[in-house]
Write a new protein. Structure first.
Length: 135
C-alpha cells in the first residue's frame, strides 16, 4: 500500500510543479505557505480519506478550472489542468481498487510519468509521441 501512496504523492508533486511553472510563465506569482498538519489514521482510514480527496478533485475542483482559465486568457494552463484531472481520476480508481481489495495482493509496482503525473501499474509497450515508441 505504501507504494501506491508514494506514487500518488510523486504525481501530486509533478502537478504542483507544473502548475507553479505555468503560473509563473503566465506572469503570476506563487506564494509560499505551510500546509495543515495531517494526522495519519489506519491504512483503511487513509485510503478512505484519499478516495474522498481524489474524488472531490476529480468531480468538482479540476472540471471547473479550465472554464475559469479561458476567460482570463490563461489558455496555456488548460493542458496542465487536464493532465491533473486525468491523474486525479487514476488516483481515485487506484485508491478505490486498493480499498476494495484491502488485504489482497495489489500490483507490485507503480510508474509515474515525470511530465504529466500519470500513474500506471504497467508500463506501456509503446510510448505515444516517442520516435521509436520506446521512450
Amino acid at each position: 500500500m505504501g507504494k501506491l501512496f508514494r506514487a500518488a504523492s510523486a504525481a501530486e508533486s509533478i502537478q504542483r510543479d507544473t502548475h507553479r511553472q505555468t503560473i509563473i510563465e503566465l506572469g503570476g506569482t506563487v506564494a509560499s505557505f505551510q500546509s495543515e498538519a495531517v494526522t495519519p489514521g489506519s491504512t483503511a482510514e487513509n485510503l478512505q480519506a484519499a478516495i474522498t480527496g481524489e474524488s472531490h478533485e476529480r468531480d468538482t475542483l479540476y472540471p471547473e478550472f479550465p472554464a475559469l482559465a479561458k476567460p482570463e486568457d490563461s489558455r496555456p494552463a488548460i493542458p496542465t489542468l487536464n493532465f491533473a484531472l486525468q491523474s486525479e481520476k487514476q488516483h481515485a480508481r487506484l485508491y478505490q481498487n486498493a480499498s476494495d481489495n484491502f488485504g489482497k495482493n495489489l500490483p507490485a509496482e507503480y510508474y509515474v510519468c515525470q511530465e504529466c503525473g500519470k500513474t500506471l501499474t504497467d508500463l506501456p509497450e509503446k510510448i505515444p509521441g516517442s520516435p521509436d515508441g520506446t521512450g
